[in-house]
Design a protein around this ligand. Structure first.
Ligand SMILES: *[C@@H]1O[C@H](CO)[C@@H](O)[C@H](O)[C@H]1NC(C)=O
Ligand SMILES: *[C@@H]1O[C@H](CO)[C@@H](O)[C@H](O)[C@H]1NC(C)=O
Ligand SMILES: *[C@@H]1O[C@H](CO)[C@@H](O)[C@H](O)[C@H]1NC(C)=O
Ligand SMILES: *[C@@H]1O[C@H](CO)[C@@H](O)[C@H](O)[C@H]1NC(C)=O
Ligand SMILES: *[C@@H]1O[C@H](CO)[C@@H](O)[C@H](O)[C@H]1NC(C)=O
Ligand SMILES: *[C@@H]1O[C@H](CO)[C@@H](O)[C@H](O)[C@H]1NC(C)=O
Ligand SMILES: CC(=O)N[C@H]1CO[C@H](CO)[C@@H](O)[C@@H]1O
Length: 429
């Protein structure tokens, strides 16, 4: 049964894929002969490149770069604007990278190598629903259904950035003095990662420069912090000695909002059922297990995961990270084609799709020593009494290992996507 389904599914997929490729997929080499690198003399090089092009679902972008010198990461709009590579949607490390445009709307790509994005190695494109390179029948659709609250952005300390002030302990007080902050505004703390960080703390901890119980800490600079609530906010650098030397900022955020900003700027993801939160490894957290290579397998063993559930990987920044990888990457402890990487702990990862999920630590040797987790997510949440359909995602054992080792569920998912893309494109004619 399983073999019949996956064979039939594979056939349909191949046919659909052929039709798709022959009819629609245009391949673009990003930057044409320049390829994907830091542009020289023109920060807007990739904007200019994209300017006169119309992209459609099924088109392929080729990012041509030398492996190890650049990479390509898809990021959110906010991360694109800030050149923040900390939470990419996915990263491809091997060039040339072929990326198929699977969905409509804005796509934001950056090079995640330090400094590259801010020097202009970034690309923002809009993808239409289909029709490839044919004449464009419709005007550009409105970019995004979710209105991005456009608060004012302040760089804390202006050109000085976020560091221990010299000669004036009240430097950040002075900076802040004549400013009025509103909900939706963004503070950019510009600092060198590893030399400073920014922690939000309570008033008492601010006064005492106590770094022990921060409300939140961002270790990757520049850090963009959206002011989400009214009232006083207290920020310090949690590196020893920095706060008491004046690297601290207190701001008051007002109730009012700027013209055109919705009162509640950042609603939670719509349609996501509130799930169960699991701390991976419980009190052990996420680290190289000692004495039991199967520690994380054992941890996951008696648990049922559903869409909307959250995995918290608790680890110390710089000592571990968490990388979602393919089954092959998991088996071989390779991050070469990572789906996503989170470098800041504790990392909260929402389980967005059914099927198998593979997480490893990307630090050398950690995965091989057992810092890896494989979970299966069922369609339904973890509400008691709702049966899952475990047979649908059991990896096939009938075929030989190798290129066909995809699970039946991912084949079906791929076919569904291919058919959806094919039929929705066909409807245009
Ligand atoms: C990528 O760039 C290299 C070096 O410029 C070139 O030789 C190669 O043909 C390019 N590949 C693609 C797919 O454009
Ligand atoms: C597009 O979909 C395919 C098949 O699901 C997937 O392998 C690929 O990573 C997707 N590409 C992007 C850019 O999401
Ligand atoms: C952060 O500081 C560096 C070095 O001073 C500067 O080059 C960069 O433009 C600043 N970034 C932002 C976002 O202000
Ligand atoms: C603002 O709200 C968003 C969404 O709830 C959250 O992810 C973010 O961390 C919040 N920022 C701050 C500074 O609290
Ligand atoms: C993460 O681990 C640290 C150190 O073991 C602990 O103090 C903290 O409470 C843990 N955080 C979470 C979210 O579990
Ligand atoms: C889940 O979906 C949200 C919103 O699309 C995205 O920001 C997040 O990265 C996704 N998480 C995973 C693990 O794919
Ligand atoms: C809470 C609040 O002041 N909301 C206002 C935000 O701005 C919009 C547009 O100016 C007003 O309509 C809201 O009343």
């Amino acid at each position: 049964m399983g073999r019949e389904i996956s064979t039939a599914a594979l056939f349909v997929f191949l046919v659909a894929n052929l039709l798709l490729q022959s009819a629609y997929g245009t391949t673009y080499t990003v930057g044409d002969s320049t390829g994907w690198g830091i542009p020289t003399g023109n920060d807007d090089f990739y904007d200019d490149w994209a300017d006169n092009k119309i992209f459609a679902v099924g088109d392929v972008l080729v990012f041509n770069f030398t492996t190890g010198q650049h990479n390509v990461a898809e990021v959110t709009e906010a991360a694109y604007d800030a050149c923040n590579a900390a939470n990419t949607l996915f990263t491809v490390n091997n060039g040339p990278a072929r990326i198929t445009l699977n969905r409509t709307g804005e796509h934001h790509f950056i090079c995640a190598f330090p400094g590259h994005c801010s020097a202009g190695q970034k690309l923002n494109i809009e993808v239409r629903s289909g029709g490839g390179t044919g004449p464009a029948p419709t005007p550009r659709p409105s970019p995004s259904p979710s209105p991005s609250p456009s608060g004012r952005t302040y760089t804390v300390g202006d050109a000085t950035g976020w560091r221990v002030p010299v000669g004036n302990d009240d430097f950040y007080d002075d900076w802040n003095d004549n400013k009025i902050f509103h909900v939706g505004d963004v503070l950019v703390f510009n600092f060198t990662t590893g030399q400073h960080n920014v922690a939000e703390v309570t008033e008492a901890d601010y006064e005492a420069c106590n770094t022990a119980n921060p409300i939140s800490t961002v270790s990757t600079g520049p850090a963009r912090i959206t002011l989400n609530r009214t009232g006083e906010h207290y920020f310090i650098c949690a590196i020893p000695g920095h706060c008491s030397a004046g690297q601290k900022l207190e701001v008051e955020v007002r109730n009012g909002n700027r013209t055109g900003i919705a009162p509640t700027p950042t609603p939670t993801t719509p349609g996501t059922p509130s799930g169960t939160t699991y701390t991976v490894g419980d009190s052990t957290g996420w680290r190289v297990p000692t004495g039991n290579d199967d520690f994380y397998d054992d941890w996951a063993d008696n648990k049922e995961f559903g869409i909307g559930d959250v995995l918290v990987f608790n680890f110390t920044n710089g000592q571990h990270n968490v990388v979602e990888v393919t089954e092959a990457g998991y088996d071989s402890c390779s991050t070469t084609n990572a789906i996503s990487t989170v470098s800041n702990g504790p990392a909260r990862i929402t389980l967005n799709r059914t099927g198998e999920h593979y997480f490893i630590c990307g630090f050398p040797g950690h995965c091989a020593a057992g810092q890896k987790l494989n979970v299966e997510v069922h369609r339904t949440g973890t509400a008691p009494g709702v049966p899952g359909t475990p047979g649908a995602t059991t990896p096939g054992t009938s075929g030989p290992p190798g290129p066909g080792a995809n699970s039946a569920s991912s084949a079906v998912a791929t076919v569904s996507l291919a058919l959806f893309m094919y039929f929705s494109s066909a409807l245009l004619f």
